[in-house]
Ligand binder design. Structure first.
Ligand SMILES: Cc1cc2nc3c(=O)[nH]c(=O)nc-3n(C[C@H](O)[C@H](O)[C@H](O)COP(=O)(O)OP(=O)(O)OC[C@H]3O[C@@H](n4cnc5c(N)ncnc54)[C@H](O)[C@@H]3O)c2cc1C
Length: 359
C-alpha cells in the first residue's frame, strides 16, 4: 500500500487546522492537510463566524439601521429586502476568504488532500474522496485533529422539510421568512434572532432556561434581553418544543406549555457536537466523551502523546480565535518550540446581537 510520510498530518482545514499546518510549515516541516470539503476554512469561513457576522452587517445595511444611526433618517432604498439581497454579500465574502486560505496553504507548501479522514492506526490516517473512491494513506510523526463541530439535530425537528433549518442550512434559505422561531437562545440563536429581527422578521426565541446567556453578568444579560425585546423579539422562556410539523402555511410548533405557533421558518440552534464520528478514533486508541468531545491535556495532547487535538473538537470555548491559538500552541509544543506564556484563563468573547441604539 502506497503511504506518504510527513512530519505532521492535520485533519481539518478550519481555523485550527490551517493555523497548525502553517505553523509547522513555517519551520520547514513537511505537512499534509486533509479536509472533507474543497472550500477550505471550515465553519470559521463557510458556515459560522464569517457568514453570521456578514449577514448581521447586511441586515443592518438593508434595514437602513446604519444610515438612520448616522444621519437620523432612513436612507434604505427598499422597504423589503429579498433573500438574494440578504445572502449576496455573505457569498462574496466567503468566496474571497476561501481563495485567501487556499493561497495561504499553497504558499506554505502544505500538501492538501480532499476527502474524509479515518485513522488506520495511531500514526496513519486514510483520506477517501468518496465512499468507494481511492484511498491515500498518510503517515504523520505528529497528528493534529482539528475536525471542528456540527449543529446537533434533535429528532423532533423534520430537517428534510422546507423551512426547518440549523445554523449550517440557514445559509441556503429560499426566501426571507416573515415569521421565524429560533429554538435555543444561546450565542448562535441570539445572534440570528437579532439579525432576522433587524430585517423585519417577527422572531420567537424559545429556550428551556429563564435567563439569556447565563454566562454573562446578570445585569448585562437582563439589559440585552430587554434590548432584544425592545426590537420586537418575543421570548418564550422555560419552554420546550414538543412537536414540530409542516402545516399548509408554514411550520407548526407545539410548546410544552401547550402554546402553538405557526411560523414561516424554524432555526434550531440547540448546541453542537464534535466531528469525531467518522474518524475511527478507536484505531488510534483515543477515547471520546459526551457529544464526541476529545479530551486533551494542557498541551492539547490526546491520550496518545503524538496525537494532538485543537479547536471545536475539544469543546469549550469553541471560538475561531481560541481554536487557532490552541492549534498554534499544540504544534509549537509538538515540535519542541518554546511557549512564552501559559494559555490565558480569561478569553475575550464577543456576542454579536443588535441593540436598539443602532436602529
Ligand atoms: C453560526 C456561528 C457563528 C459563530 N460566530 C463566531 C464568532 O463570532 N467568533 C468566533 O470566534 N467564533 C465563532 N463561531 C465558532 C467558530 O466558527 C468555530 O469555533 C471555529 O470555526 C472552529 O474552528 P475549527 O478549526 O476547530 O473547526 P471548523 O472550523 O469546524 O473546521 C473543521 C474542518 O474539519 C473538516 N472535517 C471534519 N471532519 C473531517 C473528517 N473526518 N475528515 C476530513 N475533514 C474533516 C471540516 O470539513 C472543516 O473544514 C461561530 C460558529 C457558528 C456555527
Amino acid at each position: 500500500m502506497d503511504k506518504k510520510n510527513y512530519d505532521l498530518v492535520v485533519i481539518g482545514g478550519g481555523p485550527a487546522g490551517i493555523t497548525g499546518a502553517s505553523t509547522a510549515a513555517e519551520w520547514g516541516k513537511s505537512v499534509a492537510l486533509i479536509d472533507a470539503h474543497h472550500e477550505l476554512g471550515g465553519a470559521g469561513v463557510n458556515t459560522g463566524t464569517a457568514p453570521s457576522k456578514t449577514l448581521r452587517e447586511t441586515a443592518l445595511a438593508l434595514s437602513g439601521a446604519r444610515s438612520r444611526n448616522l444621519y437620523g433618517v432612513d436612507l434604505s432604498l427598499r422597504k423589503e429586502a429579498t433573500v438574494t439581497d440578504f445572502l449576496r454579500h455573505e457569498r462574496n465574502v466567503k468566496t474571497g476568504l476561501n481563495m485567501f486560505v487556499a493561497q495561504m496553504v499553497k504558499r506554505s507548501k502544505i500538501d492538501v488532500h480532499y476527502g474524509t479522514a479515518t485513522f488506520a492506526d495511531d500514526h496513519t490516517v486514510i483520506a477517501r474522496s468518496s465512499k468507494d473512491g481511492p484511498e491515500i494513506h498518510l503517515r504523520g510523526e505528529v497528528i493534529l485533529i482539528a475536525t471542528g463541530s456540527s449543529p446537533v439535530r434533535p429528532v423532533i425537528f423534520p430537517f428534510d422539510s422546507p423551512g426547518v433549518y440549523d445554523s449550517d442550512t440557514i445559509l441556503e434559505l429560499g426566501r426571507l421568512p416573515k415569521t421565524l422561531a429560533v429554538v435555543g437562545a444561546g450565542v448562535i440563536g441570539s445572534e440570528y434572532a437579532s439579525t432576522f429581527s433587524a430585517l423585519g422578521t417577527q422572531v420567537h426565541l424559545i429556550d428551556g432556561r429563564t435567563v439569556l446567556l447565563p454566562f454573562l453578568d446578570s445585569e448585562i444579560s437582563r439589559s440585552l434581553a430587554a434590548a432584544m425585546e425592545g426590537n420586537g423579539i418575543v421570548f418564550h422562556w422555560n419552554e420546550q418544543v414538543v412537536d414540530c410539523v409542516p402545516v399548509p402555511f408554514g411550520i407548526g410548533l407545539t410548546l410544552a406549555s401547550g402554546l402553538s405557533l405557526t411560523v414561516d421558518a424554524v432555526l434550531v440552534a440547540s448546541g453542537r457536537k464534535s466531528n469525531t464520528d467518522t474518524l475511527n478514533l478507536a484505531a488510534a486508541g483515543i477515547p471520546t466523551g459526551e457529544r464526541g468531545l476529545i479530551v486533551v491535556d494542557d498541551h492539547f495532547r490526546t491520550h496518545v502523546p503524538h496525537v494532538y487535538a485543537a479547536g471545536d473538537v475539544i469543546g469549550f470555548p469553541a471560538l475561531a480565535s481560541t481554536s487557532l491559538e490552541q492549534a498554534r500552541r499544540a504544534i509549537r509544543y509538538a515540535f519542541g518550540q518554546k511557549l512564552r506564556s501559559e494559555f490565558p484563563n480569561v478569553l475575550p468573547t464577543g456576542v454579536f446581537t443588535i441593540q436598539r441604539s443602532v436602529w
